[in-house]
Design a protein around this ligand. Structure first.
Ligand code: ZN
Ligand code: FE
Length: 257
């Protein structure tokens, strides 16, 4: 399917991105934590809002929904099973979100871990994954278990390598610094640091990433790699019994780093 959709980052708060999909005078937004930058953009670009998509219930992702709904009577898609009182179309894994105005259709993926029922939207080679997969990192495990988060990340890692990955935050350089402490010998990681540092120095987003780039550089998707296992074992002072144990060790290490 040829897709003429544009994906534009709107910055919010300190480091959030509100991803805005636009085509043909219409727009949809993903995770509008704040309405102000969205309203400003829609008005300056003369766009009509047609849908709101939320990945999880945290305020920095849904805090702007009510104010947007006051201006635009649009459907609000988001995880069934999370406390979001502005949802009009609760969704979960296996559901689809069709946005005919943008000529795009997304599959909903369940990716619990950061929150209990966190979802991702995947379609047209685009992935909106909120606070689950970050560039070179992953979200904190607040409401789920390490097992769930590891499985959710594995589900995303199984998407095609050229999938464009749109995360909820600009955390890339800090994540790369941590990744280097796990895998100092990873040449792809060193190359990525050079690229992404230059991008940030120019005040541009390091996103989207790709699934292929994440598989090559993101330690949280590399819990099966010998170098990552060795680093986790060293951190634990013991042998991690499974890929989930490696993942949990990395997450704990990152939380304390
Ligand atoms: Zn969050
Ligand atoms: Fe967030």
């Amino acid at each position: 399917m040829s897709c003429m959709i544009d994906v534009v980052p709107l910055r919010a708060f300190k480091d959030n991105y509100i991803w805005t999909l636009r085509a043909d005078g219409c727009a949809a937004v993903v995770d509008p934590g704040d309405a102000a930058p969205v309203l400003e953009y829609l008005s300056s670009e003369r766009l009509r809002l047609i849908a709101i998509l939320a990945t999880h219930h945290h305020a920095d992702h849904v805090g702007g929904v009510a104010a947007l709904r006051e201006r635009f009577d649009v459907p609000v898609y988001g995880p069934r099973g999370e406390p979001i009182d502005t949802l009009t179309r609760p969704v979960s894994g296996g559901d689809r979100v069709d946005l005919p105005e943008l000529d795009v259709s997304f599959a909903v993926l369940d990716i619990p871990g950061h929150t209990r029922a966190h979802v991702a939207y995947y379609g047209a080679n685009l992935l909106f994954c909120g606070d689950t997969l970050f560039a070179c990192g992953c979200g904190r495990v607040f409401e789920g278990t390490a097992e769930e988060m590891h499985a959710s990340l594995a589900k995303l890692a199984a998407l095609p390598d050229d999938t464009l990955v749109y995360c909820g935050h600009e955390y890339t350089l800090a994540n790369i610094a941590f990744a280097k402490s796990v895998e100092p010998g990873n040449a792809a990681l060193a190359a990525r640091e050079r690229d992404d540092a230059a991008t940030r120095a120019a005040n541009r987003p390091t996103l989207p990433s790709t699934i292929g780039r994440e598989k090559a550089t993101n330690p949280f998707l590399r819990a099966h790699e010998p170098a990552v296992i060795a680093a986790a074992d060293k951190y634990l002072g013991a042998r991690a019994a499974s890929p989930v144990a490696v993942f949990a060790a990395l997450r704990d290490w990152k939380n304390r780093a």
